[in-house]
Design a protein around this ligand. Structure first.
Ligand SMILES: *Cc1c(COP(=O)(O)O)cnc(C)c1O
Length: 361
């Protein structure tokens, strides 16, 4: 029997095996139409069913009220780095951004193209461990149009364990944590996520936006990035990424079949605990994030002897554990354990790590 393969890539990331098998099975002949879902008009009744069902399933999964619009947009996560200020930051206005790592910093850099950006909290560390500046030390400004933050920093492995209380619309880049745990959507002005971590193929972005925040886009906003326009056209102002939308819909159905977000959250905790507990008890590996803010989705870790990095990566890959190399900006290793990663994958990883440590100590 061939060894199972577990893919720990940070993104595009693995998708549930059952979803991939279903997509494969209906790839060339979808719904008995004799062609692929990819090959039909986005305006056909068949496709509109797919699109509407996916939205409804996402609404059910996240308990999204009628006060919010759900959009399926182009341009991934970074597209929203621009789309958010274009729609929510008036010309000449300012916005607060919370810096906690690579992705929030990338959003800040893009935001600066569109107006005044206040970095209300700088990236923070405690005794060399990555952390998050406590909420009571944030320097929020009175005139901010919104407060932007990244609940889970994919590169740094830093995750908020709370939703910050602010008196401006709260904007969250949930690209790498959407649907990984239950959240109260009503606390947010807008949530966005590139799809390729926890939802589906890259290129697609999900935007959940409070309706009263739409319709104020600034002059010159590209039509495909205009929330109100996309809302009026059911996210079909132009041809949407139809295949990605369809696949996202299959993932939503799969999530429902797992018992929904609550059930998946429990498994995610089990997976993360297993990995962090092993890292903490071992002398051979370490994680450099304070315990409260460790990500349940992206687990960066380092070998004490970094000379062994190459061997670790070669041998883990030979053992069917793929893509464990850390982001080039931080080095070391990173295991991304999104919803689609089964507990067995993390068990196999920990077993390999134990074995590798034993052989090399
Ligand atoms: C991956 C990622 C992005 C960028 O997504 P793209 O689709 O590549 O633009 C943005 N934010 C976070 C938190 C991410 O993990």
């Amino acid at each position: 029997m061939t060894k199972p393969i577990f893919n720990f890539c940070a993104g595009p990331a693995m998708l549930p095996k059952a979803v991939m098998a279903q997509a494969q099975q209906e790839f060339v002949n979808w719904n008995d139409l004799g062609c692929s879902v990819m090959e039909i008009s986005h305006r056909s009744a068949n496709y509109i069913d797919v699109a509407k069902q996916a939205e409804q399933d996402l609404r059910d999964l996240m308990n999204i009220s009628g006060d919010y619009e759900v959009l399926f947009m182009h341009g991934g996560g970074r597209g929203q780095f621009a789309s958010v200020p274009l729609n929510l930051l008036p010309a000449g206005g300012e916005a607060d951004y919370i810096s906690t790592g690579s992705w929030s910093n990338a959003a800040i850099a893009e935001g600066k193209k569109f107006g005044k950006v206040n970095i209300a909290a700088e990236s923070h560390s405690e005794n060399g461990f990555a952390s998050i500046l406590p909420r009571d030390k944030w320097n929020l400004s009175d005139n901010a149009a919104y407060v932007h933050y990244c609940p889970n920093e994919t590169v740094d492995g830093v995750e908020f364990d709370y939703i910050p209380d602010v008196d401006k619309p709260l904007i969250a880049d949930m690209s790498s944590c959407i649907l990984s745990s239950e959240i109260d959507v009503s606390k947010f002005g807008l949530i966005y996520a590139g799809a390729q971590k926890n939802i589906g193929p890259s290129g697609l972005a999900i935007v959940i936006v409070r309706k009263d925040l739409m319709g104020k886009s600034r002059e010159g906003t590209p039509s495909i990035y205009d929330y109100a326009l996309q809302s009026q056209s059911d996210s079909m102002f132009n041809t949407p990424p139809t295949f990605a939308w369809y696949l996202a819909g299959l993932v939503f159905k799969w999530l429902k079949a797992q018992g929904g977000v609550k059930a998946v959250q429990a498994i995610n905790k089990q997976k993360a605990d297993l990995l962090y507990n092993y890292i903490d008890e071992s002398e051979f590996y370490s994680n450099r994030v304070v315990a409260n803010y460790r990500s349940k989705m992206n687990v960066p870790f380092y070998l004490k002897d970094e000379n062994l990095n190459k061997a670790f990566l070669a041998e883990s890959e030979a053992n069917g554990l793929l893509a464990l190399k850390g982001h080039r900006s931080v080095g070391g290793m990173r295991a991304s354990i999104y919803n689609a990663m089964p507990l067995e994958g993390v068990q196999a990883l920990v077993e390999f790590m134990q074995d590798f440590a034993q052989r090399n100590s």
